[in-house]
Design a protein around this ligand. Structure first.
Ligand code: PLP
Length: 466
């Protein structure tokens, strides 16, 4: 097919045939496409362990596990072989009324790992679909149990929960939604747990946590408890840069949900599968949700898969008579992805990856905290192998950067400079500018040190330019 691109490359810039094909035909996600018309895109060619290798042969440390996905590291023969074995035996069959062996086994395994009575696993192809599924099941559950008005969802400001129109309505990032309004009605927001910029109780984490949890009660009361179906929260909020729950926060949220008969959904698309040192992060933070949504690390990215895991209470009306959940996906519960996920979970157990994260999380945090000596680093926060570094213009006042400075820092300078310096991670300014880090769970002190050194050198360079 001929290209219709009307922007011609500068004559001095040379594109390989692959880069030219990418320029002309590949539409990348969440990416400005204009720059790729002028400058060749970087292509990752292969990966091994914690390292990525681009098509020029540069080694780049994977400080983000791809996209919070590759928990067990890259290049695992065992996972590739599990995929090949299942593809040869039975590559595809839907989970629509007839089952396959790996899908049953994986459901059984996830139910065993999930807390309390979260025993019912509905597979999806990814995280956004899992969130979408959770909202739909919550609405139908209340219709089936005599509370048909309950349909709204409370989530937190700045939180990201996916891009399908329902999941996007739960997402608390206005700029990400603007182009697609009006979205599914029924999404409402409460405060998040950004302690660094706490509007109240900035000197008392526990009081701040109680305050933030009570904002959820306030939102439920404002909307009317009879209309609210679910509260959707990440254990550690990604957008904004790793907002960790203060002690007591989730316990208070659980109490509030029980009081108003609202389902608590723990969106663990990032946080599950060892990111915080436990299979499900609600275990780490000591609460039992009604629903868990998960994806990413379930297969470590060796196959696309996600899940909505519901408790027995939610399942109960769906076990009656002719009731059913009219919802599903062609690739939800793909046998190859399920087979790969089972072996992925075997690797977790055999190599003790959860324990490894628990053993090393403090060291990761203290290594990154060395960066606090730089004037541009305002805060280092996180948990497990999931950390954010907030960049500030003025440390004393916590003043952030203006729009033009953010454009330079986050959009133009840092992503390329960090990669050139050998680190793939995520500079992000969906709220205030942050650098996010979530390396594969096989990482240790050597990788923490390398991350710290590359971030330090890159930030020193950029400080000189600001
Ligand atoms: N929920 C959370 C908390 C996420 O972080 C993400 C993606 O990063 C999603 C949902 C959407 O997942 P996916 O991109 O697999 O649709």
């Amino acid at each position: 097919m001929t290209t219709t691109a009307n922007v011609q490359a500068e004559p001095s810039v040379s594109f390989s045939p692959l880069q030219a094909a990418g320029r002309d035909h590949l539409w990348m996600h969440f990416s400005r496409m204009a720059p790729f018309q002028q400058r060749p895109m970087r292509i990752i060619d292969h990966a091994d362990g914690v390292n990525l290798f681009d098509d020029r042969g540069q080694r780049i440390l994977d400080g983000l596990s791809g996209l919070f996905v590759v928990q067990v590291g890259h290049g695992r023969d065992e996972l590739a072989e599990a995929a090949a074995k299942q593809a040869k035996k039975l590559a595809y069959f839907p989970a629509w009324g007839i089952a396959t062996e790996p899908v049953i086994e994986l459901a059984d395994r996830l139910a065993a790992a999930a807390p309390g009575s979260l025993n019912r696993v509905f597979f999806t192809s990814g995280g956004g679909e899992a969130v979408e599924t959770a909202w739909k099941v919550a609405k139908q559950y209340f219709k089936l149990t005599g509370k048909p008005m309950k349909h709204k969802v409370i989530s937190r400001t700045a939180a990201y929960h996916g891009t399908t129109q329902g999941a996007l309505a739960i997402t608390g990032l206005p700029a990400m939604k603007q182009a697609f309004e009006p979205l599914t009605p029924g999404g409402f927001r409460a405060a998040n747990t950004d302690f660094f910029r706490a509007p109240e109780h900035g000197d008392d984490l526990v009081a701040f946590g109680l305050w933030a949890a009570n904002r959820i009660e306030e939102a439920i009361l404002q909307e009317g408890p009879d209309t609210v179906a679910a509260v959707v929260l990440e254990p550690v909020q990604n957008s904004g840069g790793c907002f960790v729950p203060p002690p007591g926060y989730f316990q208070r949220v659980r109490e509030i949900c029980d009081k108003y008969d609202v389902l608590l959904v723990s969106d663990e698309v990032i946080c599950a599968f060892g990111r915080h040192g436990t299979t499900f992060a609600c275990e780490k933070f000591g609460y039992e949700p009604d629903i868990i949504t998960c994806a990413k690390g379930m297969s470590s990215g060796y196959g696309p898969i996600g899940a909505m895991i519901a408790n027995e209470r939610i399942m109960e009306p769906f076990l009656q008579g002719t009731n059913f959940f009219p919802h599903g996906y062609t690739f939800g519960g793909h046998p190859v992805s399920a087979a790969v996920s089972l072996v992925n979970l075997d690797i977790f157990e055999r190599e003790g990856l959860n324990q490894r994260v628990l053993d090393n999380e403090a060291a990761f945090g203290s290594t990154l905290s060395k960066l606090l000596d730089l004037p541009i680093v305002g805060d280092v926060r996180g948990d497990g192998y999931f950390w954010g570094i907030e960049l500030v213009k003025d440390k004393a006042s916590k003043q952030s950067f203006d729009a033009a400075e953010r454009e330079f820092l986050i959009k133009q300078y840092l992503p390329g400079a960090l990669m050139d310096n050998g680190l793939y991670c995520r500079p992000d300014d969906r709220v205030n500018p942050v650098i996010q880090l979530a390396p594969p769970l096989i990482s240790g002190q050597a990788e923490f040190d390398e991350i710290e050194q590359i971030v330090r050198a890159t930030l020193q360079d950029v400080q000189a330019l600001l």
